[in-house]
Design a protein around this ligand. Structure first.
Ligand SMILES: Cc1cc2nc3c(=O)[nH]c(=O)nc-3n(C[C@H](O)[C@H](O)[C@H](O)COP(=O)(O)O)c2cc1C
Length: 162
């Protein structure tokens, strides 16, 4: 597990090979296994592929192209038991997707859904007004995988106080 964490990198170049439904199911299972505030699981997931994915990418230039599919992670405040915690739930879910993808030999990258792009994303995908498209994770088979980076920084560690 530690090796998976330490070797994960963002993958932004993909082959054209498909990702199977079973692989996607494993990633969604990992996402929904994430911790959440009082186990509220204030998340929803939208799988994108084909023309819909192409339209999504046209709206969100910050998202690398070329992956055959991806998972849009959405915050659902209607599921919150503690106001304001959906973002933290969804962050944990995104991280689990990234780690599960890497563990399975897939490539993925966390991408932002900018606030001013959210209305168009909602309209494209029929997402309810109250639900927040939070992060999109393109998923595919890596065409290139960045080298692991050791980022341990003792200067950021404070013991028993700052
Ligand atoms: C909140 C968040 C937003 C990010 N948004 C984008 C994005 O919009 N597009 C992108 O290509 N990468 C995005 N990234 C990926 C980061 O650029 C990447 O994680 C960082 O450079 C460290 O590299 P690594 O993931 O390979 O370790 C985002 C990561 C996080 C955590």
């Amino acid at each position: 597990m530690l090796r998976t964490i330490l070797t994960r990198r963002s993958v932004r170049r993909f082959t054209t090979d498909p990702v199977t439904d079973a692989e996607l199911r494993d990633l969604l299972r990992a996402a929904m296994q994430a911790p959440s505030a009082v186990d509220e699981r204030a998340w929803q997931f939208v799988i994108l592929s084909g023309d819909v994915l192409a339209s999504y990418l046209d709206l969100n230039g910050n998202t690398p192209r070329g992956a055959p599919t991806g998972i849009l992670v959405c915050c659902d405040p209607g599921l919150e038991k503690v106001a304001g915690y959906a973002v933290q739930d969804c962050s944990a879910a995104v991280m689990n997707i990234l780690l599960a993808a890497h563990a399975k030999g897939l490539g993925a990258v966390w991408t932002t859904v900018f606030e001013d792009h959210r209305p168009a994303v909602r309209a494209l995908l029929g997402i309810p007004e109250a639900v927040v498209p939070f992060a999109f994770v393109p998923i595919g088979r890596p065409a290139a995988r960045p080298e692991p980076a050791d980022r341990y920084d003792e200067g950021r560690v404070h013991r028993n106080g700052w």
